[in-house]
Design a protein around this ligand. Structure first.
Ligand SMILES: [Fe+2]
Length: 321
């Protein structure tokens, strides 16, 4: 079983690796090659002109059935905005589908990579993966119950799919460690929490108590996922029970007016990550969501060719939906 842990190696990306060249680069003799501090005014104006002329990220589709049209029309007459609820449900569906893929990739990695510091197990990850697949199916049924089409790509679903592309890349990169993979999954679980809360509030506001019940159950399960992933992640970065207690203490102290997170030994800089997964993403390879997005510049208008993001969910019973 492979061990992929962070290690000290021949990383030459920092200027400290070449002090003589750095000094020469910063000298006045090299001013032409280095260039002057840039004026980004022209670039900003160009971007603003594109924004001004820009279109929307597609549109929310009109229901394709008579029942769906009647349902949407009735809700609109009563002042509701069923299109917003449908859009946000499609967003959650895209994210839960991607989460299923993330856990599939984590299971694949976990079968061949070990980390003796973590209590993570294949069975527990498989259980979470099953929850994510069931959530996707729950959302597909909910969309259909309002007369919507679960396979359509709405603007928010498109957005969520593009946002999650980096996470899928991290999980499917053969070079990422278990800790790095768990960091990406943790990001997805944090997004999930807020996403479900928004959906529950919208469903409640628009008078769908049956949806609120189902979504609340899913939200509770997501909170358990978050706690498990956070624990496993912290174990893989070497944060033991003592360090965990310090974080808990600091968190509760921060909730008290006037308290700060300035205790020694408590990391407050969430940006401290592996430089190999930095700004250029040059070390992550290959994976994609299998969908061309309007956000990626394809310019396909309503995203009619992009519906694969909401398709192909495999339920826990092994059937493809
Ligand atoms: Fe989850």
């Amino acid at each position: 079983m492979a061990q992929q842990n962070e290690h000290v190696g021949m990383n030459k990306t920092g200027v400290q690796m070449s002090p003589f060249d750095t000094k020469a680069m910063l000298s006045d003799d090299n001013i032409l090659a280095r260039g002057h501090t840039g004026d980004e005014t022209a670039a900003v104006r160009l971007r603003q002109s594109y924004i001004t002329e820009g279109d929307n990220l597609g549109s929310i589709p009109v229901p394709g059935t008579v029942k769906g049209m009647a349902s949407m029309g009735m809700h609109m007459l009563t002042g509701d905005m069923p299109q917003v609820l449908l859009d946000k449900m499609a967003e959650r569906l895209a994210m839960e589908r991607t989460a299923t893929r993330l856990y599939d990739a984590l299971l694949t990695k976990l079968a061949v990579v070990s980390d003796s510091r973590s209590s993570i197990s294949l069975d527990q990850v498989a259980s979470i993966r099953g929850d994510e697949a069931r959530h996707a199916l729950l959302l597909a049924d909910a969309i259909a119950s309002l007369g919507g089409d679960p396979t359509s790509m709405t603007p928010s679903a498109d957005l969520a799919g593009v946002e999650a592309m980096g996470l899928v890349q991290v999980l499917n990169d053969p070079n990422t460690s278990l800790a790095q993979s768990l960091h990406a999954v943790l990001t997805a679980e944090l997004i999930d929490g807020v996403g479900w809360e928004t959906l529950i509030a919208l469903s409640d506001e628009q008078g769908h108590p049956d949806l609120v019940d189902g979504f609340s159950t899913a939200s509770q399960q997501e909170r358990k996922h978050l706690a498990m992933i956070q624990t496993w992640y912290e174990e893989t970065v070497g944060l033991g029970a003592q360090g965990r207690a310090s974080v808990d203490h600091a968190t509760s102290a921060a909730a008290t007016p006037g308290a700060t997170l300035s205790e020694p030994g408590v990391a407050t800089d969430a940006s401290a990550g592996d430089p190999n997964l930095g700004a250029t993403a040059g070390n992550t390879s290959g994976a994609d969501l299998g969908a061309t997005s309007n956000l990626a510049g394809a310019g396909t208008g309503d995203g009619a060719s992009d519906s694969t993001v909401n398709q192909g969910i495999v339920s826990p019973d092994g059937k493809t939906h």
